[in-house]
Every structure is written in C-alpha cells, then in structure tokens.
Write a protein that binds this ligand. Sequence first.
Ligand SMILES: NC(=O)c1ccc[n+]([C@@H]2O[C@H](COP(=O)([O-])OP(=O)(O)OC[C@H]3O[C@@H](n4cnc5c(N)ncnc54)[C@H](O)[C@@H]3O)[C@@H](O)[C@H]2O)c1
Ligand SMILES: CC(C)[C@H](C(=O)O)[C@@H](O)C(=O)O
Length: 391
Amino acid sequence: MAAALNLNCKPYKFQFPHSKSASSRGPKFAGIRCLATASPFKSYTITLLPGDGIGPEVVSIAKNALLRVSSIEGFELKFKEMPMGGAALDLTGVPLPEDTLSAAKDSDAVLLGAIGGYKWDNNEKHLKPETGLLQLREGLKVFANLRPATVLPQLVDASTLKKEVAEGVDLMVVRELTGGIYFGKPRGLSTNEFGEECGFNTEVYAAHEIDRIARVAFETARRRRGKLCSVDKANVLEASMLWRRRVEKLASEYPDVELSHMYVDNAAMQLVRNPKQFDTIVTNNIFGDILSDEASMITGSIGMLPSASLGESGPGLFEPIHGSAPDIAGQDKANPLATVLSAGMLLKYGLGEEKAAQRLDSAVLDTLNRGFRTGDIYSAGLVRYFLISFL
Ligand SMILES: NC(=O)c1ccc[n+]([C@@H]2O[C@H](COP(=O)([O-])OP(=O)(O)OC[C@H]3O[C@@H](n4cnc5c(N)ncnc54)[C@H](O)[C@@H]3O)[C@@H](O)[C@H]2O)c1
Ligand SMILES: CC(C)[C@H](C(=O)O)[C@@H](O)C(=O)O
C-alpha cells in the first residue's frame, strides 16, 4: 500500500475533517498548544516510537511519507527513534525508559506506532507495555485526544454498516486522556472482609480537568458543524454528574454550539443506529477509548483511524488508535493508513505545516482511488487487491 502513496498528486475536493480550514494552522483552542515554534530554518525534530507488533511496520511507512512530503514542501525533519513498550522492556527492563520520555519532551512532535503483545500480557502492572503508554501520555501532559472517524466515499462498502447508514459519517471523538479511571486513586488489588480477592479503580475528575477538555470540544465543534454531544453516565456515576454540570456551565460561552447530552450506553447504540447524528463527541477517558474503537468500524477498519493528543504546551503525541495487532504482525497485512493519517495530524496540529498535511491526506485518497487496499478494507469487486510492503 505504501508504495502506492503518491505525494505529488493534486489535492482532492474531499477533505479530512482536520483539513477543513485551509487558512487555520491547527485548532486555536483556548489554552492548548498546537504548533511548534516557527523556525526560520524550518527544521523539526520528531521522536519516533515504533513500539511492538505492527507498530514498526506502520511507523516506517509513515516516516517515509513524512520524509517525502517534507522534501516537497521544503522543510527538514530530523527523526530520533527510541524504544517504547514491550521493545523497551526487553531492552531496558522498563516500558518507558527515562531517555525515551526526555527525547519525546525535547522534540517538536512524537509519532507512536503501537505497544503491547502476548509476551508481556502477564507482566506485573508496572512492567506492562500499556503502563509505559499511560506514563508517556501523562509525562507529555496531553490531555486532549482527538479521534476523527470519517467514512471516506472510497470505503463505504468496507463498513460493516449498511451503505445508507455509513455514507457521509464524519464525526470527531474528543477523549479526555490523562484523567478518570485510568489514573484515579485509590486503585489496586486487595482482599475484602470475607477474605476474597478484589480489584478496584476510581473514576475521578476534578472540575478543571473537565473544563479544559470541554473547552477543546466546544472549540472543535465550533470549527466543524457546531454540534457537541457530551457522553457520560450521569444517571449513575457522581464523576459524570459533575462532568455534565461543568459542561453545561461552559455552554453559555459557546452560544453558537448546540450542546446535547447522552448516556454512554445509549451513545454506543446510537453510533451504530444513526451515526450521522453526531458531529463532535466529548467524553471521558474510558468511554472515549471504547466509543472510538466502535466508531472506527463504521469507517471500515480500525486501521483507518488516526489520533492527535495535545496539551497546553510541549509536543503533541500522534498515534493510530489501533493496537499492536499481534495476530497479523510480521505478515505484511497491517493497514498503515491510520498511522499515515496520524502523521498528517502531526504535520497540521504538531508543526503547523498545513500544506504538507493536506498533501499527505490527498496522497491517501489518491491511493484509495487507484484501488489499493489492505485486507481489512478490501471489499469484493475492487479492481486491485494489493498488500505492498514498504521497501
Ligand atoms: N495505542 C496502543 O498502542 C494500543 C491500542 C490498543 C491496544 N493496544 C495493545 O495492543 C495489543 C493487541 O490488542 P487488541 O488485539 O485488543 O487490539 P488491536 O487494535 O491490536 O487489534 C484488534 C483487531 O484489529 C486488527 N487490526 C488492528 N490494527 C490493524 C491495522 N492497522 N490493519 C489491519 N488490522 C488491524 C487486528 O489484527 C485485530 O484483529 C494489546 O497488547 C493491547 O494492549 C495498544
Ligand atoms: C493500550 C491502552 C492503554 C490504550 C488506552 O486504553 O488508552 C488503547 O486502548 C488506546 O486506545 O490507545
């Protein structure tokens, strides 16, 4: 597939949602850092974290696409590859070595493949690859995770939903990424009063954490179609009750945005019943994790969904939403487009290189238009079915 990426092609009329405004250089959220400082020499440092499983396969393709697009657009990219996840565990004994975090912090943007795999599944918690990923997100303070799910006209038939349901879907999940049950305390494993083993976690949100993600979501919705749906479980969970109250309060500052609320169980159902009703969704860490995986299948495959994780300052983290896919790793079956599109988000949100981002998006559309597919997005009747490894 990567061999088909033609970065010289003319931009298509269809644009990915993050490419909507040609004049804006990233979403100018209140209190969020979107750009590297403009440099007269236009040279940027990118930390590459290939990780595990299909991670190295998809990152090498995205790296080459980035190199080509930067040379066409006339800026320099310097890459620093660092170990992360299971690969780092094997090499250094920890899933996020200090050197890796320092390199990430010192760079203009970070591109991650994926982490995890069977080999490390039974490790103690602090020695799991996933713990390294959470430490990275926390270390970079990237609290706002943007996950766009767009059904491309070329891939409508790859969706598991009926054509009339999937066609035209274009939504953005704004997931809170550094709080909630993933990080809340107390947490742990213990024994209850009956001597039975128990495990516990805490869903906790402070008002400022809700406010800052809600602002990102309102700003995002404002730049899209002006509709924001806040997804929670306010009928049961206190953390969600506060979430809803704070989001409601902020709404008065965004009179141009139509705010609605939905319980997460209903949202999971509505996403497959009528996904076109959604424009921007804002939700907590765990609900966002689950709903964005669900949304990815509307687009045809989890291998199509990119993401950008941004904070108030410092480099952004860009990664596909899929995992290390150990079931297909090393078999030249991985769809690289989620990572290539994440590289597009890196160019736009991380570096402010809007034109280069558009060129990368156009190359992806051109590749699909010419009929190139990996197995996950192949549908019968296509002219060509190629699995091309990047050499
Ligand atoms: N951000 C991350 O690094 C991340 C995200 C999710 C899961 N994980 C980790 O990945 C490992 C595997 O998790 P999982 O199996 O639940 O989820 P997964 O996303 O790795 O795979 C789920 C299914 O989707 C397929 N798939 C995923 N990406 C694909 C791609 N690019 N092209 C084609 N098919 C693709 C896989 O083959 C698999 O059948 C676990 O260790 C998990 O913790 C990491
Ligand atoms: C691997 C895991 C820690 C991660 C998460 O739950 O955030 C993944 O599912 C994701 O969506 O990036």
